[in-house]
Design a protein around this ligand. Structure first.
Ligand code: N01
Length: 543
């Protein structure tokens, strides 16, 4: 490992890095480690006051994993794995933030990370094949390559509700949660949003608030997380199984440990099916999603039986069935949107201090000085919590003024939906490499498992270019066209293509209804990346 600057950087009056990485989350930090080991000069620019990305920003009460902790960690380093200790099956935000900080210390990553540095614009210099990144503080950084590790769920989405400036109480978005604890005790609290963040924070707030009002636009099919502590002997057993486990994760669709039930749905009797559903229900995490019969995800009739089962489970937990009526989704079949995992979520609505307001019946109108106005009248709150999610997949990049060849902006190029080649590059934006944006596997599913193949590929590409004295890589327009068509075609076959969700941009006003994720499997993506290296980077022009 070396931190020696490249020859060019030494010659240049202004420091020119080989690579600038934007974002010091789980992806950006590992990318830094890989590229630095190759002897490249790398600097990471991070908007936050600390490292960890998602696990730095989303510090709201109740925030935790829903991938099993030991499937989510970095897996490339034997010693790190031998030392791995997870206190819970699904680690909470503080443990993850500590873990990422420990990782950074172990590999001495901090010296190449600049915190509190938000990139505002990126401009490509065609004559020199260099990017200049300007921060909100007006500082410029120049590099040959940029790796955008900006996250798929990192640009907070705020409701387009007027009057925010009038509200005199406290207001917090779950994704920009303050570092000081927020005290809900005895307070009148509103939560807007019932996605994965909402279902995690709502039960926690209800524990101490004087009153909690939940504003729900669309109910979700949430399933019990069934978290529990891991003790030393169980951890020892888990560590023993690492090689097989990691092999399995690499071979799975989305980096999760659960297996679809291979039994053909049609061959199972209704009684056996029910007992299978019950058995799955008792298991932790996503077993209840990715452990079902495959047909639940593809066949409407199969899905109907499972949706009915989950509906029964929700109704059993909610005392007032008129409230349960509001909590059971009717707009989308189970699993066609991201399924949140919860702990005591549905029971929360049995509490005297909790009220559910379905926005379909009583829409929000505006913020007032003392709270919120709905169609039915004013409600006073001391604290408003926005659990309203993200401008997903494209938002983090579209919010930066990125100018490629001929001054074209990325935002403009993606106006009618993202166009990429393998999610990693956009024609017209040479030397800009994306890990964790639209159309790529990076970050979809179990984030680290899905991001690491591209981290490897980027290492190979940049190593190859350096070896061959190449200074420019750009996706071919034709490759981009084919990949974008491939992504959209895959998406069009999914049951979820008929449902409104952030994966189709539907949660952000004005965003086109176009699939922004990538639904291919992890093994397919890994194979594609390997073949791409073997082919000498087909679909990219290197010069
Ligand atoms: O965001 P979301 P999230 N007025 O978009 C509602 C990951 N994650 O932060 O469904 C009123 O899912 C919106 O309503 P609707 C995970 O991948 C993981 O909860 O659009 N309501 C919805 O109810 C997850 O999927 C964990 O109609 C408005 C909610 O706000 C992703 O992050 C934990 C509104 C937003 O739900 C995003 O989750 C947390 C408005 N104007 C998050 N705008 C883990 O467990 C939006 N809503 C690891």
């Amino acid at each position: 490992e070396t931190s020696n600057p490249s020859v060019e950087a030494v010659r240049s009056p202004q420091k020119v890095y080989d690579v600038l990485i934007v974002g010091a989350g789980i992806t950006g930090l590992y990318q830094l480690h890989v590229l630095r080991q190759q002897g490249l000069s790398v600097r990471v620019l991070e908007a936050g006051g600390g490292i960890g990305g998602t696990w730095y920003w989303n510090r709201y009460p109740g925030c935790r994993l829903d991938s099993e902790s030991y499937t989510y960690q970095y897996i490339f380093h034997d010693e790190l794995l031998a030392e791995s200790e997870w206190s819970e099956l699904f680690a909470g935000q503080p443990e993850l933030e500590r873990y990422i900080n420990g990782f950074a210390d172990r590999f001495d990553l901090r010296r190449d990370v600049q915190l509190d540095t938000r990139v505002e614009s990126m401009t490509f210099d065609e004559a020199r094949n260099l990017w200049t990144l300007r921060t909100t503080e007006g500082e410029d950084f120049t590099s040959r390559f940029v790796v955008a590790a900006t996250g798929i769920l990192s640009a907070p989405n705020y409701p387009a509700l007027p009057g925010l400036e009038n509200f005199e109480g406290e207001i917090h978005h779950t994704a920009t949660w303050p570092h000081e604890p927020v005290d809900f005790a005895g307070k009148r609290v509103a939560v807007i949003g019932t996605g994965a963040s909402g279902v995690q924070i709502i039960p926690r707030i209800a524990e101490t608030a004087a009153h909690l009002t939940v504003f729900q636009r669309t109910p979700n099919w949430a399933v019990p997380l069934r978290n529990r502590p891991l003790d030393e002997s169980e951890m020892a057993e888990i560590r023993q199984g690492y090689p097989a486990l990691f092999e399995k994760l690499r071979g799975s669709s989305n980096g999760f440990v659960h297996d679809w039930d291979p039994t053909p749905y049609a061959e199972v009797s209704p009684e056996d099916r029910e007992s299978r559903y019950e058995e799955l229900w008792s298991r932790p995490g996503f077993a209840k999603w990715f452990g079902t019969y495959r047909e639940i995800a593809t066949d409407r009739e199969a899905n109907r039986t499972y949706s009915a089962f989950v509906e029964r489970k929700i109704r059993e937990r909610v005392r007032d069935q008129s409230v349960a009526d509001e909590l059971v989704p009717t707009d989308h079949p189970f699993g066609t949107k991201r399924v949140p995992c919860e702990t005591d979520y549905y029971e929360t609505y049995n509490r005297d201090n909790v009220t559910l307001v379905p926005l379909a019946k009583n829409p929000l109108v505006e913020y007032t000085r003392t709270g919120l106005r709905t169609a039915e009248g004013e409600m006073d709150f001391d604290i408003i919590v926005l659990a309203t999610g993200f401008d997903a997949f494209t938002g983090a990049l579209s919010r930066i003024d990125i100018r490629g060849v001929g001054g074209q902006t990325l935002k403009d190029k993606w106006r009618d939906g993202p166009q990429t080649y393998m999610g990693v590059q956009v024609a017209g934006f040479p030397n800009l490499l994306i890990n964790g944006g639209p159309h790529g596997k990076g970050g979809i599913g179990n984030s680290p498992r899905c991001a690491e193949p591209l981290i490897w590929w980027l290492g190979e590409l940049l190593g190859y270019m350096r070896e061959h004295g190449l200074t420019r890589v750009e996706a071919d327009a034709e490759a981009e066209k084919l990949w974008t068509a491939h992504v959209n075609e895959l998406a069009s076959t999914m049951m979820s293509s008929t449902v409104k969700s952030y994966s189709f941009g539907d949660n952000v006003p004005g965003k086109p209804h176009v699939y922004v994720a990538y639904s291919g499997t992890l093994p397919d993506f890994i194979t594609r990346l390997r073949e791409n290296v073997e082919s000498g980077y087909e679909g990219f022009s290197l010069s």
